[in-house]
Write a protein that binds this ligand. Sequence first.
Ligand code: FES
Length: 212
Amino acid sequence: MPISENTREQMREIAARYPSARSALLPMLHLAQSEEDEITTDGINACAEVLDITPAEVTAVATFYTMYKREKVGKHHIGVCINTMCGLLGGDAVWDAVVEATNGSNNATTPDGEFFLERIECQAACTHAPVMTVDWEFMDDVTPSSAVEVLDKLRRGEQVQSTRGPVIRDFEATEHTLAFPDDGLADAPSVDDKMLAGLRIAKEQGMQGGNA
Ligand code: FES
């Protein structure tokens, strides 16, 4: 499906934030992914056209970073950290429970199209290990049973709140936020203020993001 003109306009808006337009490629790819649920040839071509670079250059970036997917993700991306600290504290058991509950496998969409499962690397959240992410929002201190409960709630369309505050939306909404970060979610009540310490200081000192 061709990338919409509205999305192309948003891509141009992102590109205009940067002194060198090609620096905008990463958020532009997230934007393309928010529309198509994956990085397609149309998405690659749209980025290339807006930035006046070749599709091969865009493809090189899109295939290097694991957050860009070349198959449809489904409604929710589920990440389970399997690095050292999470693995030691039960991450492998969480992964096994998630796989069993969804009939899924690593780096693939589950048969019902609801989830994309991924064994992820350290999320710098080791103090809350084991950690699961849902559309890149944190589920801290997760257990096999609490992880499966989250999946069941999402399947039923019930509200799920991440342990750090934001309500889970869906993968496409998160991808749009990665392109346009100022979505107000950082002001959601958090159980882990330390994680927002840098943002707090940036605000106190009047620093602004590229799209402010
Ligand atoms: S090892 Fe899992 S968050 Fe660091």
